[in-house]
Design a protein around this ligand. Structure first.
Ligand SMILES: Nc1ncnc2c1ncn2[C@@H]1O[C@H](COP(=O)(O)OP(=O)(O)OP(=O)(O)O)[C@@H](O)[C@H]1O
Ligand SMILES: Nc1ccn([C@H]2C[C@H](O)[C@@H](COP(=O)(O)O)O2)c(=O)n1
Length: 246
């Protein structure tokens, strides 16, 4: 399999904690391989925004599930331009605000709401022709366990807090640590995104630059697809190749 073949299926699944660099790295990898890109965290955020907008009681799990089933969400997958609308309204900036960030775990920890979102996400991967980088918390384990390449992207708590602080600048909330570390603690009660499962590559970006991290993912994609090609070709039959045992 050639990772640059525009017709071949290539799904890259990336999970990791908040601030590990999933969105920035995934978007760039998608651009380099000409793949679609799915930010599944943005979907959880869009549902949260919809619940707040329509005054759904976030302590009522049935109401959350109903809102998740009926949310009029349109999710773009172009890595060069984000499109996220709910009921026709562009919510790209609203879903990154404190209101949504501080409440999103209520949706993420409602298991039947997750099932609805996972089904939507699988459909979006299929609609891309299985040519996509998808990132979140359960992509390698639940949404696309059969992805071509599965990566757990981590970084130390210190690095993640520093990155998020720098990214938000003056807009950083006084409870930044809670928004990063506290949110991860709540979310990880329902999904495991802290330990790499079997077949999932661990990539620690604590000491890496953005470009080095992107390159780390690209190397894994190239190595995996080359191995798949070699396996598909079977044993080397060329003259001089080592004899194969029967
Ligand atoms: N290896 C890296 N070195 C330095 N900065 C990085 C690195 N990777 C990402 N960043 C920066 O860290 C910030 C957070 O990255 P990003 O938003 O991609 O994280 P995330 O894992 O998607 O977070 P969340 O899950 O909370 O959305 C961004 O400003 C990004 O440019
Ligand atoms: N596959 C996913 C993606 C995201 N979440 C939850 C966990 C986060 O608190 C929230 C927002 O994600 P972010 O934008 O910070 O990546 O959504 C999840 O549970 N599963």
């Amino acid at each position: 399999m050639d990772a640059r073949d525009e017709n071949a299926r290539l799904v890259v699944a990336i999970d990791g904690p908040s601030g590990s660099g999933k969105s920035s790295v995934s978007k760039e990898v998608a651009r380099r391989f000409n793949l679609a890109y799915l930010d599944t965290g943005a979907m959880y955020r869009a549902v949260t925004w919809w619940c707040l907008h329509t005054q759904v009681d976030l302590s009522d799990s049935d109401a959350i599930v109903e809102a998740t089933r009926s949310v009029p969400l349109d999710m773009g997958t172009d890595p060069n331009g984000e499109r996220i609308t709910v009921d026709g309204q562009d919510v790209r900036s609203e879903i990154r605000g404190d209101d949504v960030t501080n409440n999103v775990s209520a949706i993420a920890t409602t298991v039947p709401a997750r099932e609805v979102l996972v089904a939507m996400q699988r459909q979006i991967v299929a609609d891309s022709g299985h040519r996509m980088v998808a990132e979140g918390r359960d992509i390698t384990t639940v949404v696309a366990p059969d992805a071509t390449v599965r990566i757990l992207l981590t970084a130390s708590e210190e690095a993640r807090l520093a990155r998020r602080g720098k990214q938000l600048g003056a807009a950083a909330s006084s409870n930044l640590k809670d928004q990063v570390v506290g949110r991860d603690a709540k979310d990880s009660t329902v999904v495991n995104f802290t330990e790499a499962q079997d077949g999932v590559h661990l990539l620690d970006s604590s000491e890496l630059s953005m470009e080095q991290t992107v390159q780390g993912v690209i190397d894994l994609v190239i190595r995996t697809t080359e191995t798949m090609t070699e396996r598909a070709a079977g044993p080397d039959q060329s003259p001089g190749a080592p004899a194969q045992s029967k």
